[in-house]
Design a protein around this ligand. Structure first.
Ligand SMILES: O=P(O)(O)OC[C@H](O)CO
Length: 393
């Protein structure tokens, strides 16, 4: 975990205890911060998200962006063409008419799109190279919550520190298709008493930082791993690292979806439960809303939050961005939030699994698992081959 170089000033400034890096949960708190961030921007805003919906939350954020553009802030919006496919043309046109620079990433049916699995999966807003929100939260009512329905469980990190500058450069590169993010080395920046790194995953640019860092964190864990995982289907590399950690006696806990917007994937994950339990992993299912979070804490000192799901699509398909935070204080906050979540979850034990899993349920789970793995393999075949050549655990 300590394999990264620190930026020059990082260690000198590491004693400063101001709030430069803050944990944020999905819901009103996240969207209030997002509004504030946009309203405070003076020069430039980049917003990159997989899903932007035409609902109350989407309109609320769009209206802040339009106001920013009206006060001559340059506003760049990059949306994934597949994830945000439901956004009406009129909504997009309205943004453009207000002076917002809007681009859709990689339409599915275009002549130069050979890699349909490579989606723009970021969930980032960054302003003036100094303030940012980065995490797993898309822009839609589901992540805010509505009357009678809890927000989808998810996390983000608010950065008010030098890491925001690199984040903005990376966002700008993707917006302008410069493809130069290779030039930006992964370094740790100071953020008060924490060290913060921006991690990218984009196989076309040979970036596997999120996947590598997760794997390293699991390999070097000394006591405990806790993961909140949406669409949790770790591929060989991550699964082996987790299994080895369990074998070394590392207390490993996963918080997974009891209900999901993609039931096929949830059932595929359920297929793995008995092997997780054999490895002495603790499994908790959250049933209050959909689990959409992508976050982990290792040994109460290293944390990561971002867009990266622990599955092959995120490893070898989509363009992902996570933040890693080296800080006991931050890790303890995230860990404490996980503990609250766990207290509201149902634990899956061998006994409860036996009761739930009749033969037809088990067979269904196996079929869904094979289906999902095949779809993921189809979408990520080329990059998978390329990386497997370079990697042996
Ligand atoms: O791709 P994600 O992780 O942003 O999730 C998106 C929604 O769940 C799609 O149903």
């Amino acid at each position: 975990m300590d394999h990264r170089k620190c930026s020059k000033t990082a260690l000198q400034n590491a004693a400063d205890n101001s709030k430069y890096v803050e944990l944020v949960r999905s819901g009103e708190d996240y969207f209030l911060r997002l509004e504030k961030l946009i309203d405070k921007a003076e020069k430039e805003i980049h917003i990159q998200t997989y899903i932007f919906e035409n609902d109350d939350t989407g309109n609320r954020i769009a209206s802040c962006l339009k106001k920013a553009a009206q006060r001559k802030v340059k506003v760049y919006v990059l949306l994934d063409a597949y994830g945000s496919a439901a956004l009406p043309n009129s909504f997009a046109q309205d943004l453009v008419q207000h002076g917002i620079l809007l681009r859709f990433f990689s339409p599915l049916f275009s002549l130069n799109n050979f890699y349909i699995g490579r989606r723009m999966h970021h969930k980032i807003v960054v302003a003036d190279e100094k303030m940012a929100l980065i995490g797993g939260i898309n822009i839609a009512d589901k992540y805010h919550g509505t009357t009678g329905s809890e927000p989808w469980l998810d996390y983000a990190v608010q950065l008010n520190c030098p890491a925001a500058k690199n984040l903005q450069i990376l966002c700008s590169d993707y917006f302008f298709k410069k493809g130069s993010s290779k030039k930006i080395p992964p370094v740790l920046h100071s953020a008060g008493s924490a060290l913060v790194g921006i991690l990218q995953n984009d196989w076309l640019q040979q970036k596997t930082e999120v996947c590598d860092t997760y794997t390293n964190a699991f390999i070097h864990a000394e006591k405990e791993i806790v993961i909140v995982g949406s669409y949790f289907l770790p591929g060989n590399r991550l699964a082996k690292a987790l299994k080895k950690a369990c074998k070394r006696g590392i207390k490993t806990t996963v918080i997974l979806a009891g209900i999901s917007d993609v039931p096929l994937v949830r059932r595929a994950t359920e297929h793995l439960y008995s092997s997780f339990l054999d490895d002495h992993m603790r499994i908790y299912e959250w049933n209050k809303s959909v689990v959409h979070g992508k976050a982990a804490v290792v040994d109460n000192k290293w944390s990561t939050v971002g867009s990266f799901n622990l599955n092959s699509l995120s490893c070898y398909g989509s363009i992902e961005m996570n933040v890693e935070v080296h800080s006991v204080e931050f890790a303890e906050n995230l860990r404490a939030d996980f503990e609250i979540v766990i207290s509201e979850c149902s634990e899956i034990t061998k006994g409860s699994l036996r009761q739930r899993a009749g033969i037809f349920n088990k067979l269904g789970n196996w079929i869904f698992y094979q289906m999902v793995r095949t779809i993921m393999l189809f979408l990520t075949f080329l990059p998978h081959l390329r990386f497997l050549k370079n990697y042996r655990l």
